[in-house]
Write a new protein. Structure first.
Length: 215
């Protein structure tokens, strides 16, 4: 159980760190997705963002590695996952950072060039998905993805498909994005049975996720 505990502890520590360094934002309205907040940045700029939290943590951190602190807003905060939006400092003001990934979750800055978004999807962290991202101007793009999920299969009979989930088998896949053709290539996949409960299995997943990216 060490591996599961390690992942869960990492997620808790990340969310705790998020809560430890906060600034205040004022609620100015509501939408179907949450509260509209107004935050006055250190340069006097008023920034509006939506969060499901009434008092979302806001902090400054250099998330795009240019040497200048950016604004980090929490848009949702759960027991294991925190969701973020960024506003990048462009030299004169903060501007919204686009991201070509579904969500920025429990992010980590790595090697001064990569931002890793990693969710905890259950089973004490054994189920997860993560994306290694890089910046292209003010756009965050995914270059490598890993998904660890319960194995599923679909059997078709005519136009009717029946999906089966095997709760005892863990299927892990690593993809690499091909920006030239807009598709993803499978780099590695493996099925574990039963679910791994040791650090060696998680280390194997991480090694394949980072293969060729880190020296």
């Amino acid at each position: 159980m060490k591996a599961k505990g390690f992942i869960l502890l990492s997620a808790i520590l990340m969310i705790t760190m998020c809560l430890a360094v906060t600034a205040s934002a004022e609620i100015v309205g509501r939408t179907a997705d949450g509260y509209i907040h107004r935050y006055t940045a250190d340069n006097g700029q008023e920034i509006y963002f939506v969060s499901i939290e009434k008092e979302p943590p806001v902090r400054y951190e250099d998330v795009n590695f240019d040497g200048h602190p950016d604004l980090v807003m929490v848009t949702a905060l759960g027991a294991s996952n925190a969701y973020y939006e960024f506003y990048l400092w462009n030299g004169s003001e903060y501007e919204y950072a686009e991201h070509w990934i579904d969500d920025i979750i429990n992010y980590e800055l790595v090697d001064g060039q990569y931002l890793v978004s990693r969710s905890n999807d259950g089973n004490a962290g054994t189920l997860f998905h993560a994306e290694i991202c890089v910046w292209d101007g003010n756009v965050l793009k995914s270059i490598r993805t890993i998904v660890s999920e319960e194995e599923t299969s679909i059997v078709w009979e005519g136009r009717i498909g029946t999906q089966t989930t095997n709760l005892d088998r863990l299927h892990v896949t690593v993809w690499e994005a091909d920006s030239l053709v807009g598709e993803a290539t499978v780099l590695w996949e493996k099925t574990y049975e039963p679910f791994p409960e040791n650090q060696a299995a998680l280390d194997e997943m991480e090694a394949h996720l980072w293969d060729g990216l880190r020296k």
